[in-house]
Design a protein around this ligand. Sequence first.
Ligand code: ADP
Ligand code: MG
Length: 323
Amino acid sequence: MNAQSREKALEISHLNQVFNSGRPSEVRAVNDLSFYIYEGETFGLVGESGSGKSTTGKLIAKLQDAVSGEIHFGGKEIGRLKKREDIRAFRKSMQMVFQDPYASLNPRKTVMEIIGGGLEVHGLARNQKEKQAQVYELLNLVGLSPEYATRYPREFSGGQCQRVGIARALAVDPSFIIADEAISALDVSIQAQIVNLLKKLKEERNFTCLFIAHDLSMVKYISDRIGVMNGGRLLEVAPSNDLYNFPLHPYTESLLSAVPMPDPEVERQRKRISYDENFHHYEDDTGVGLYEIAPEHFVYCKKEEVPFLKKKYEKLTLKALAV
Ligand code: ADP
Ligand code: MG
């Protein structure tokens, strides 16, 4: 974590996405969202279903156009990319891994075709032999035997499919990977394997990662910093350890209270903190935003609440020291 440079790989400002605009079913899926991801870091984006995480991922990947706001990546604002070669270069540097390992892989294609497809599209393999060699290398990288190259997705377990999805993403040597609930559909033991694989690959391949999840249980192990999202907004952003040890927003506290504890005795006695959805809906929006309470630790609140939150942070850190 410390070795990472402080250059920003991605910077989002005042991003908005609205669905069914003007109709009674209007949804502000992303609401004035601003955050950044440092070069080389893994940023965990967490929040329950419907909070706007996938929409954020799709906007970053330019699979959707935002209603307003800016996304800066690789020195460019992605909304302004119009030339075909610019968009192609963007698609190569930004890759996604999806939640459903079976649905996201074409069932009629072999693993060779799935992983090799991107190599062909981006002109990274001059011939069949080069493609094969690279696919074998990629399979090896994600811990799959080269014999799997001739098989179809249905022949694999969920975890193996996800390894294929990761190999496909890595094939074009991206600088940024968005993993949207890439482990959510997997058994817990397999989740840990995939998280460890991603960590290893990140060391070897040096990409930046946006890791989206709906709960906090695995995110800690992979993320340098975490953003907690609800109702299209980030309610808290902090370095991973800081967020786990000193959560400041009640929504974060509620998510943390839902993370299962390994000790069954502790687990039984634990109180689940519930969260009132109206908490962060302020009557009057003036002075409401993300404020930095401690270094790199931001909380969505009203300006007047900042001194109180600073006190709260101080108390939590002192308490941790006393233990
Ligand atoms: P998450 O990934 O956190 O579960 P999403 O970004 O998928 O959240 O969805 C955020 C909100 O936007 C939800 O209320 C969802 O129903 C709505 N939404 C997402 N995509 C669309 C769409 N294409 N059309 C209409 N509503 C959408
Ligand atoms: Mg989603």
